[in-house]
Design a protein around this ligand. Sequence first.
Ligand code: SD4
Length: 348
Amino acid sequence: MDRRKFLQIPIAAVPAFLASRVFGQERSKFPLSSAMRVRGPVVVSTWDSGVTANNAAWPLLRKRGNAIDAVEAGGRASELEPSCCVGLDAWPDRDGKVTLDACVMNGNGDIGAVSFLERIKHPVSVARAVMEKTPHVLLSGEGAQEFALANGFKLESGELSEDAKKEWAEWLKNSQYKPGINVERRPNIILQFAPNYFENGKPNHDTMGTVALDSKGMLAGMVTTSGMAFKMRGRVGDSPIIGAGLFVDNEVGAATSSGLGEEVIRICGTHTIVEQMRLGRTPEQACREAVRRIVKRDPVKAKEFQVGFVALSRTGAIGAFAVQPGFTYTITNEQFPKGKIFEAKSHF
Ligand code: SD4
């Protein structure tokens, strides 16, 4: 079925049981109250499809595993799941090449990242290797790929997936770079996994950000992404930039972002959030403050893009805030072992 025809299918036609069978939970229309704290280990990921990352991370956390291992497992699972749109099957840049960004960070300030990485299946694990095996914090492009190959990662073909080929061919007809709001991707695959993406007609994303708190009280986070679809070759977004797409500090908490990366970098988004939490704001208030700074700069332009933040405090308080409606996040813990999806409050 072609994509336009597909989009004409009313959401009412989607069998509701599919959502509950795949995710075990329907999306909650209401965000957690900013005062809500969860007890014990927890993993929180951006978007509905964060359930893929959380499902991989949670078994480790539940067995008293380390937060850093859990978030890496979450990233790897997302990179293999086409509906997450973050790994080698994701959308290419405008030249038809998939270029990947990723980072990891733990609560002690250990960091590793890769950007503009091509033909490697698990950028999140390369980022972790940068953290553990080099004196550096960020490797990019060819150098990152050489480092990956020297550390046992395999060079993949670089062929686009069939879906990505079609989307790129479609995009080439106008060749206009125009990031959307909660960008609509792969409707057929998404329908299968998350029918509720189509509520409000505002589906989807292409970044997985995950933060976790383990049973020893350690925090960690990761981000993995193919970046904005049809970006300029060499463009790097917020996702691998520590302090923009991810920041973690065991004294305070952790935050991650999704959306138009340039806007997140401009305000050092996640670092801002953690620092706001340090000053006493709740996770939701801190995310809201970061969104306020983004919108304030150009309130008219802000109507056309999405940025969403989610934050987790060291005591297990969770909050989120976004520029536009439709930014969702998934929480998995003892209380929600199959993951529970929430929609963040938003500026507009
Ligand atoms: C980027 N922040 O490359 C990423 C893209 C994203 O949902 O989050 N898309 O700017």
